[in-house]
Structures are given as C-alpha cells and as structure tokens.
Ligand binder design. Structure first.
Ligand code: GRG
Length: 293
C-alpha cells in the first residue's frame, strides 16, 4: 500500500477503535458517552494517531501495536478541541463541519465530556497490554508532560496572553511548541516506544516531529487566512477575529509558507536513518504541507 492509502487505512482503524472504546457503558450516563463519542469520532484527520502508528512502523513495529496509543492520543486531542471551542476560550460554533460539543450538549456537559476523554485516554494507555510496565510508565509520563503546564495547558495560557499583541517570532514559536507541538512530539515518541524503538530512534523521531509540529501550526495559520470554510469544517478568519498571534500575521503569507516548507524538509531529513520504513512519515510531512483542512 502506498503512503496516502496507508494514511487513510490508519485513520479508518483509529475511527473503528475509537467507536468501540467510546460505546455506551452500563452505569455511565448515556448522554455523557454520547457527547464524548460525538467529539472524538466522526471526523478529524487522525494526524496524531497516524503519526504514532507511522513512528511505530519506522522503528520496525507493526502499526497495530500503536493503535491503543493512537486512540488515546486522539481522545486527548478531542478533549483539547472541546475545551478550546468553549465560550470562555475561542467561542467556536463549528468544528469538523458540525456544531461544537457545547453547542449540542451545553457548556457544562461539554466540559465534562472533555474531562472524560482525557481520563479515558490515559486509562487506555495504562491498560495497553502490548506495552511492558516500564514502557507504560514512560508513555503516560510523556503524554502528561505534553498536556501539562509545560505543554498544552501552558501553551494555551501563552496563546491567550498573546492575543492582540505582536510577539516576536521566537515567542510565537515557543507558544506553538507548547500549545500544538508538544502533543505532536509526544505522538511520535509514544509511537516509537510502542514499536520497541530505542532512545536514539525516539530522539530522531522527536526531532522529526518538532519540525513537523511547527510546520503543522504554520499551515494551520495559513489555512485560517487562505483556506476554504467548507474544507476546513469551520469558518476561516477566526484567528484575526480573535486577535490571535499567527505566522502570516507576523511574517506575511509568503514568508510563513517558506518557513513551513523549510520545516517540512527538515522533518524529512530526520528520517534518513529509517530508510524505507520512514516512507510513510515522509509522506505524512508532505501531506502537512499540502493539506487543505
Ligand atoms: C487539553 C490539557 C488540555 C487543556 C486545555 C484548550 C487548551 C487547554 C488547549 C488548546 C490546544 C489546542 C486546541 C491547540 C490547537 C491545535 C490544533 C492546530 C488543532 C487542530 O488540529 P487538527 O487540524 O484537527 O489535527 P482535526 O479535526 O483534524 O483532528
């Protein structure tokens, strides 16, 4: 199977497994299960989960070995999107072409559905029987570090503080490295651990993902200016409406594009030690540069 077809097949595997993990459960309020499944299933590129599976393959594992981790990553990602969309954050009405979780279920339930997805994601990692106990401890630590105050939570606070200001490029990179990049890097490292990769391989994939994460965010910012709302599944122009600091805002469209392309090349260079086993990840990096949603 070629890399684009693999990307779709990984996304399908993740989607099926997410639905299974988030089916209604006895003793759990049905509406809570429904709200969690609403946000985690049915849409999304499965970029973080696919990245974990690709990293697993790059170090010589089978993609399925990273499937539980991929689901955990997509659940915590969905959690972050629910919270990011809330009225007290970005106040968004649309996500993945559908009303946001709080628009359908109300703010209080959306908040709790997000909390439920976070905890369920960590539980899935803890219950992953394919991982040795030390590996479980490592992946949980890596995930929590990526989500915590030095990662996504801290990054979101920096993002809020930077609204209607003009940060330097260095400050913007630090903000995005925490808000978006940390989970992307964690996805690559966790996938590599699931595949039994050693520290050197993990570090190479971490360097790949650091560049990839930066490119991903730059392209995200570019799509907010130039993208099509139907493809994006949400209105374009939200960043400027919310006074967000972005790469096109700071550098202009052309220089931002150049920076994204450079980071994609850098990411691909990191894959040299993996030879043919890194082909999917190289394709994933090209996809990040070319994506329209
Ligand atoms: C999640 C620990 C935690 C706390 C909440 C709200 C918040 C703090 C952080 C927000 C982080 C965030 C939503 C960053 C934006 C990242 C981003 C570019 C999301 C879009 O990801 P895609 O394009 O979305 O992969 P799909 O829909 O394809 O999955």
């Amino acid at each position: 199977m070629d890399a684009p077809a693999l990307l779709i097949s990984y996304a399908d595997l993740i989607e099926t497994e997410l639905k299974r993990c988030l089916a209604p459960e006895p003793g759990v309020p049905a509406v809570l299960c429904e709200a969690m499944a609403y946000s985690a299933c049915g849409g999304g590129k499965r970029f973080r989960g696919g990245l974990a599976m690709g990293a697993c393959v790059a170090v010589g594992g089978r993609a399925e070995q990273a499937l539980p981790a991929a689901c955990a990553l997509e659940m915590v990602h969905a959690f972050s999107l629910i919270h990011d969309d809330l009225p007290c954050m970005d106040n968004s009405d649309l996500r993945r072409g559908r009303p946001t979780c709080h628009r359908v279920y109300g703010e209080a339930l959306a908040l709790l559905a997000g909390d439920g997805l976070l905890v369920r994601g960590v539980q899935i990692l803890c219950a992953d029987k394919l991982l040795a106990p030390e590996a479980t401890l490592s992946v949980v630590r890596i995930l929590l570090a990526a989500l915590g105050i030095g990662g996504m939570v801290g990054g979101q606070v920096m993002d809020m503080a930077a609204e209607h200001t003009c940060p330097s490029l260095e400050e913007l990179r630090a903000l995005d490295a925490a808000k978006t990049g940390a989970l992307i890097r964690a996805s690559a490292r966790i996938g590599a651990i699931a595949g039994g990769g050693g520290l050197l391989e993990q570090d190479a994939l971490d360097a790949y993902a650091a560049s990839l994460g930066l490119a991903f965010q730059i392209v995200d910012d570019l799509l907010d200016v130039t993208g099509d709302a139907a493809a994006l599944g949400k209105p374009a122009g939200a960043d400027s409406k919310n006074g967000k600091a972005t790469y096109p805002g700071l550098l202009g469209l052309d220089r931002a594009r150049e920076l994204a392309d450079r980071e994609i090349e850098r990411a691909i260079e990191q894959l040299a030690p993996f030879g043919e086993r890194g082909a999917f990840l190289a394709e994933l990096a090209r996809y990040v540069g070319a994506r329209d949603r």
